[in-house]
Ligand binder design. Structure first.
Ligand SMILES: [Zn+2]
Length: 376
């Protein structure tokens, strides 16, 4: 048995004072006690100063673009970003072994920071091995990006086959659309799961799609295409970024997808590309589930969930620490449909435990010095 204690525990949006958590050797939570006295001097209990929390869930990344670090200039807007990425894919001759090594470095960093699970958009094979060997749980979101001369049905089946390769390696994977602007209606609907392919295959499971990411995507046409192509039968619907989602867009998405809806915000990436972020206050007022992602090093200077949380804390100083941490943990676990074992510190779960230090314990807010470290 492992016993750990701290000044505070935040889990599921709740703040618990003076907790003692008991875990079995494999990390399964056996008990959670609160308001324990003499918390920092108990026998056989390791004390951590600051705050404990469950392992984090990075709900939006592109591990395969780790090698693009620093290659795309900041602040050019989405069209500039997309043309740069396409150009890099076509002309950059970084060998796959180097791309894989960079992905591996990011994977190891996420694990030691305390990331337990990742929703990772996936186009390329060179990250399979990194994910297979990782201690992190990856859900690969096999993304149809361009059709590469194939028909919509052929392209879709290429994605279905790729998901099957992931499954054969023991990795979770589902087929998803990249975004409206890279896809025609047929492929969007196939990947969204609202229609079956000519051979009768329908996409299902967890879905993630880039949504309202730029001024160019702000119009009503974008929402119309997404809502008509993405089936409410999918297990989970993550609308990623949603920077320019209007109140009507959010209300309509809630109406169609109900509790399956998650808005994934990637603050630092959104600032990098668009110098704007998701309207968090509106999402809170509507009770929409929020999750946090880092996106990739192609549009972020760092892959760090605590840096994303710090940006949100700075922009929304009134929001409680427990709520922001919930977005970075349980929000993502529910979105990836892994909340039976991850996302919160509850008996029987095995979420991993992190220590958040550098917290202002009087105000219970993150500060510039806040950081995270995995302890279980
Ligand atoms: Zn993305």
């Amino acid at each position: 048995m492992i016993k750990i204690a701290s000044h505070y525990l935040v889990s599921g949006g709740i703040l618990i004072k003076n907790p003692v958590i008991t875990l079995s050797e494999d990390g399964t939570i056996v008990s959670v006690e609160s308001n324990v006295e003499n918390i920092d001097s108990l026998a056989d209990v390791k004390f951590y100063s600051g705050v404990l929390a469950p392992g984090m869930v990075n709900s939006h990344s592109h591990l395969e673009y780790s090698y693009v670090e620093g290659k795309i200039s900041q602040g050019g807007g989405l069209p500039h970003f997309i043309s740069s990425i396409i150009n890099i894919k076509q002309t950059d001759n970084t060998p796959d072994s180097e791309k894989s090594a960079k992905a591996q470095y990011i994977d190891a960093k996420m694990w030691s920071d305390g990331v337990t699970a990742v929703g990772d958009h996936n186009n390329n094979d060179y990250v399979y091995e990194v994910k297979e060997k990782s201690d992190i749980y990856y859900h690969s979101l096999v993304e149809l990006f361009d059709m590469d001369g194939k028909s919509a049905d052929e392209a879709f089946h290429w994605g279905v086959d790729r998901a099957a390769v992931h499954h054969s390696k023991g990795l979770a994977a589902t087929v998803i659309p990249h975004a409206t602007y890279t896809m025609d209606d047929r492929i969007l609907s196939l990947c969204g799961g609202s229609v079956a392919s000519e051979s009768g295959v329908k996409a299902d499971g967890v879905l993630s799609v880039h949504f309202k990411e730029s001024v160019e995507m702000a119009g009503a046409e974008e929402s119309k295409r997404i809502f008509s192509s993405i089936s409410p039968q999918r297990d989970s619907i993550m609308l990623v970024h949603s920077i320019y989602a209007s109140a009507d867009d959010i209300n309509k998405a809630q109406e169609i997808y109900g509790s399956k809806l998650t808005i994934v915000t990637c603050p630092l990436s959104n600032i990098y590309i668009e110098n704007n972020i998701t309207d968090i206050e509106y999402l809170r007022s509507r009770g929409v589930r929020i999750a946090i992602g880092t996106d990739s090093l192609s549009s972020n200077r760092v892959i760090s969930m605590i840096d994303e949380m710090k940006e949100l804390q700075e922009r929304y100083p009134n929001i409680e620490l427990a709520e922001i941490v919930k977005w970075a943990t349980l929000g993502g676990a529910e979105a990836l449909c892994i909340d039976s074992w991850a996302g919160s510190v509850e008996v029987g779960k095995r979420p991993g435990i992190i220590n958040i230090t550098g917290v202002d314990l009087d105000a219970m807010k993150l500060t510039k010095n806040s950081s995270t470290k995995r302890i279980v």
